[in-house]
Design a protein around this ligand. Structure first.
Ligand code: DGY
Length: 339
């Protein structure tokens, strides 16, 4: 009898999802959430056929070197800037991510941040919880925020999530502008009621600017001091993409000095650390990277990662056809090698 393949699951996952894996493979699942060092990753990956990893697990040449057994790395996230795809491909290891299943939840959350930042939900709630309402003689013109309806929404990065955010804007009677590497098909533009503009115009005209672009070396500090200087002083910036796309120090300075109205941030440079100046400001809503964290969506992401692992190891209905492979050419090479 041949031994079952072994799979390492780097984050605690829903037991029923792990049970799907355990029907076919030997599962080594982390029971406690923790950050793995490069050494730990190297050791763990050396002894398994597949791994399900999180966004904090950096999988690069250094941790892959010398591995011959590893066949699949399934990322729990649509963004995969934690994976060195070239290195994985060089080693003949399939990589996958979790697109589509989180699109609508992340789009919902971008709106949660837009509304919360514009209408001062975080700051006013902190004030109330601190017991300051009774006896405060709250004035008619206290806690004034920015209306969302009827404003101009700018979206930087118009993939599936950006389109989801744009579609929701119809209910708020907003004017939607976007900037993207390539223009959307006309039909999609019509559905989203969105108009393509260049980045400078997007910065200049947006009352709300939502960032949904992938984190690549070119996109590092896509919003830094020069870009912030081009935005309206009343504008609200929302980042549900990745830390590092925004220069957090420059953002904190703009918010502190009233050069930007407010911000809603789900991601940070160097998270889980947050720039200390952002923590001091009341005109920013800060969340711990939870845009995809609804019950249904996190389950769907976990299931999709497991689908990819099982399919890549040759199990189940999708055997040999992982549904969301990032480097599917690896499978063709493997097949050619076997023949
Ligand atoms: C992703 O999937 O890339 C998100 O950031 C996870 O919440």
């Amino acid at each position: 009898m041949t031994a079952k393949p072994k799979v390492w699951v780097a984050r605690p996952l829903f037991p029923d999802v792990l049970a799907r894996l355990a029907e076919h493979v030997e599962v080594d699942a982390e029971a406690v959430e923790r950050r793995h060092t490069a050494d730990e990753l190297r050791r763990k990956l050396a002894g398994v056929d597949a791994a399900v990893v999180g966004l904090a697990d950096r999988i690069d040449e250094a941790v892959l070197e010398g591995h011959t057994r590893l066949k699949v790395v399934a990322n729990l996230g649509v963004g995969f800037n934690n994976l060195d795809l070239d290195a994985l491909t060089r080693h003949g290891i399939l990589a996958s991510n979790t697109p589509d299943v989180l699109t609508e939840s992340v789009a919902d959350f971008a709106w949660a941040l837009m509304l919360a930042a514009a209408r001062r939900v975080g700051a006013s709630e902190r004030w109330l919880r601190a017991g300051q309402w009774p006896g405060s003689h709250m004035r008619f013109d206290d806690w004034l925020g920015l209306d969302v309806h009827g404003r101009t929404l700018g979206i930087l990065g118009m993939g599936r999530i950006g389109q989801g955010i744009a579609r929701r804007a119809a209910g708020f009677d907003m004017n939607v502008l976007y900037h993207n590497r390539s223009r959307l098909p006309e039909m999609v533009e019509r559905e989203c009621k969105a108009t393509l503009v260049d980045k400078a115009e997007l910065l200049r005209r947006s009352d709300f600017l939502v960032l949904v672009l992938p984190f690549t070396p070119e996109n590092r500090h896509a919003i830094g001091a020069p870009e912030l200087a081009r935005m309206k002083p009343s504008a609200v910036l929302v980042n549900v993409a990745r830390g590092g796309i925004v220069d957090d120090a420059a953002l904190a300075a703009a918010l502190r000095e009233g050069r930007l109205g407010a911000a809603g941030l789900d991601v940070f440079e160097g998270e889980p650390q947050v720039h200390p100046e952002l923590l001091m400001l009341d005109n920013v809503v800060l969340c711990p990277h939870i845009a995809s964290a609804s019950e249904e969506t996190r389950r769907a992401m976990a299931n999709l990662a497991v689908d990819n692992v099982l399919a890549a190891l040759g199990f189940g209905e999708m055997a040999g056809k992982p549904p969301t492979a990032l480097n599917p050419a690896v499978l063709t090479h493997r097949a050619a090698h076997k023949a």
